[in-house]
Design a protein around this ligand. Structure first.
Ligand code: GLV
Ligand code: GLV
Length: 320
């Protein structure tokens, strides 16, 4: 019998899979995160860890678990919280949950595109604050999406799903990516690959769908905002530190760009105080994958990964 430690609260169907497979399952049962000390204690003796993106899985945590540890299953597609090299060095398999949250996250990206370009957050705040208002020909005008250009940074599953939605709203699609997308995907989207300079210059909306890594740290900063149209909007459903938040605040305040829609933040859950002062920023508390269906699918995929590795097989979605 293997010991599976689930470090945060996850939907029950995930736990059911682990228990059905006959493992001893030790699960944190509160939506409040446990402290680092509690976590280091909880993982001791684990053969498998199921982790959330808010937990740092580094050498210290792996060593606290012990040499018997075989797998770390992150309940997220992003895995910048995991030191994958440290896992490999210890022979620990790391897995994530790609695919199952693609549509939910693309929905939020599209929602942010609409909220930012149509000034929906501003409108909502006006009504909620009981500020007097009335319909006006020139009142709270935004910009339309039809015939505008969406620039996608990272045309993976989520980037492509966002592009598909934007295309249905009448947008043209360009993208930058480490590699060329398959020809069928390009032709389905009518998308072509451009370099980052072209992407910045031509996008009316720029949407980030790249993983966070040292190479994408502050991918958008002062210089990039200056290279964008003054009418452009930036949307981030990827990871906060892909954007230099202080530079974004400057760009939003000076009119270097027109607006931003953010679901993730550089120092989450803290939000740069400057952003709170920007009417042209839409701010959401990391809701990309937050549907009942998606969170359930993420938990069961993570559990499937654990079960496969503990049985000596290949996990469905390994990180490398
Ligand atoms: C959510 O942000 C995820 O990476 O799954
Ligand atoms: C993410 O979910 C992906 O499929 O790329």
């Amino acid at each position: 019998m293997s010991r599976v430690v689930v470090t945060g609260k996850i939907p029950k169907p995930g736990l059911d899979i682990l228990r059905r497979d006959g493992h001893e399952v030790v699960a944190w049962d509160s939506e409040d995160q446990q402290s680092r000390e509690q976590l280091l204690e909880q993982v001791r003796g684990a053969d498998a860890l199921v982790t959330l993106l808010t937990e740092k899985v580094d050498a210290e945590l792996l060593d606290a678990a012990g040499e018997q540890l075989k797998v770390v299953a992150n309940v997220a597609v992003g895995y910048n919280n995991i030191d994958v090299d440290a896992c490999s060095a210890r022979g620990v398999v790391a897995t994530n949950t790609p695919g199952v949250l693609t549509d939910a996250t693309a929905d939020i990206a599209m929602a942010l595109i609409l909220m930012s370009t149509r000034r929906l957050g501003e409108g909502e705040r006006i009504i909620r604050s009981q500020t007097p208002w009335q319909w006006g020909m020139f009142y709270l005008l935004g910009s339309g999406l039809q015939h505008k250009t969406l620039g996608v940074v990272g045309l993976g599953g989520i980037g492509a799903a966002t592009a598909r939605r934007a295309k249905a709203f009448g947008m043209n699609i360009i993208y930058s990516s480490r590699s060329q997308a398959p020809r069928e995907l390009e032709s389905e989207l009518g998308a072509h690959r451009v370099d980052m300079d072209t992407l910045l210059a031509e996008s009316d909306v720029l949407s980030l769908h790249c993983p966070y890594s040292p190479s994408t740290h502050h991918l958008l900063s002062t210089e990039q905002f200056a290279a964008m149209k003054n009418t452009a909007h930036v949307v981030n459903t990827a990871r906060g530190p892909v954007i230099d938040e202080a530079a974004l605040v400057e760009a939003l305040k000076s009119g270097e760009i027109a607006g931003a829609g953010l679901d993730v933040f550089e120092d989450e859950p803290a939000v740069h105080p400057g952003l709170l002062e920007c009417e042209n920023a839409v701010l959401l508390p990391h809701l990309g994958s937050a549907t009942v269906e998606t969170r359930t699918a993420m938990a069961t995929l993570a559990a499937d990964n654990v079960v496969a590795v503990l049985a000596g097989g290949e996990p469905p979605t390994p990180i490398r």
